[in-house]
Design a protein around this ligand. Structure first.
Ligand code: F0G
Length: 347
């Protein structure tokens, strides 16, 4: 049996011997070496941390395993969250696993089809609100103090603790610390978690820490602009967030690491999304391509360290957003069931 993140990293997590080892087999995701994108820009040590292979298809499962375990330990009966889709899918999965109720609040019309389907299929109570993710998060924070309810957004410290394990895995897999890490940024939780993970290793093992490069979508880039965005817009629905909850800690990760948080356009995001599928065989959702889009932009500017290992975090699986996968492509018309017709169609 594959141990989950609580079992593997108990010594580094806020758990006791009695904390339930809840798992769906999250973590232990592959670090895939780039075969074509890296070499095409002169990077021979480019790697992708493929977090889309987690049980509900995103990195959220790492934090959700721990947040759920701590919620169960505290006697909670309901997991509550606001979400752009992946947190709601993950919370719904872990709730069903543990016999808890999940109540997930998502922006109406604002999340990818696969994620909505997941929450419904796992049996969650799905509520859609007319507004952005920011509105939804503000609302759920105000009802989270009910008895028996655990708020499992990344404002819950256990989420960040669970997600930091991805940094541990990267160092184990690479057998060294990458010199730069590229990661999409929405609510700011994940960049905070990685930075904590690398910082803990630095403290306990005396290792170096990577430069952290966070990518926001141009139309939803509050951390780049330095002020909240009232109406965030981007094709990357997962990071369509105007007022990140982990604002300060995301900025701290950038500054303490000597890194950057920069904006990439939707066109750059979709170009990187397509290259990952067509040149690497890696299906990701648009938000996950934002880090790669930023790497490509920095490589064009010549500000990437070419001779050092670089990691891009691919946060969510491509099948979550089938509409994005087929955008601009045509589904071929059916061919007659004859050899002649087939040969002609193959060309
Ligand atoms: N990539 C994906 C696929 C995401 O789903 C998210 C966040 C991020 C990146 C950004 O991570 O918020 O920690 O900075 N999704 C949240 C959700 C907001 O509700 O699923 P972050």
């Amino acid at each position: 049996m594959t141990p989950g993140i609580i079992e593997r990293y108990a010594a580094s997590l806020p758990v006791s011997a009695t904390t339930p080892r809840i798992t769906l087999g999250e973590g232990s995701t592959p670090l895939v070496r780039s075969s074509r994108i890296g070499p095409s820009i002169g990077l021979h040590q480019l790697y992708f941390k493929y977090e889309g292979l987690n049980p509900s298809g995103s990195f959220k499962d790492r934090g959700m395993a721990l947040a759920t375990a701590k919620a169960v330990e505290a006697g909670a009966k309901t997991l509550l969250c606001a979400s752009t889709g992946n947190t709601s899918a993950s919370a719904s999965a872990y709730a069903s696993r543990c016999g808890l109720r999940a109540v997930v609040v998502v922006p109406a019309g604002g999340i990818a089809a696969g994620k909505l389907a997941q929450a419904l299929a796992y049996g969650a109570t799905v509520l859609t609100v007319k507004g952005t993710f920011d509105t939804a998060l503000k609302l759920v924070r105000q009802v989270a103090d009910q008895p028996g309810v655990a708020l499992v957004n990344s404002v819950n410290p256990d989420r960040i603790e669970g997600q930091k394990t991805a940094a541990f895995e990267i160092v184990e897999q690479l057998r060294e610390v990458p010199s730069e890490l590229f990661i999409p940024v929405g609510n700011g939780g994940n960049i905070t978690a990685y930075w904590r993970g690398f910082s803990e290793l630095a403290r306990t093992q005396g290792s170096s820490r990577p430069q952290m490069h966070g990518a926001q979508a141009e139309g939803a880039a509050p951390l780049v602009r330095g002020k909240p965005v009232a109406r965030p817009r981007t094709v990357a629905t997962a990071i369509r967030i105007g007022n990140p909850a982990s604002w300060e800690s995301a900025i701290a990760a950038r500054d303490e690491s000597g890194g950057s948080i920069e904006a990439v356009s939707d066109a750059e995001i979709m170009a990187a999304h397509r290259r990952l599928a067509r040149e690497e065989g890696l299906l990701v959702e648009p938000a996950s391509a934002a880090g790669v889009a930023l790497l490509l932009a920095r490589a064009r500017e010549g500000t990437v360290r070419r001779d050092q290992p670089i990691v891009c975090v691919l946060t969510g699986h491509g099948l979550k957003d089938p509409e994005a996968l087929t955008r601009g492509l045509t589904i071929p018309a059916a061919v007659e069931p004859t050899l002649t017709a087939l040969r002609r169609a193959i060309g």
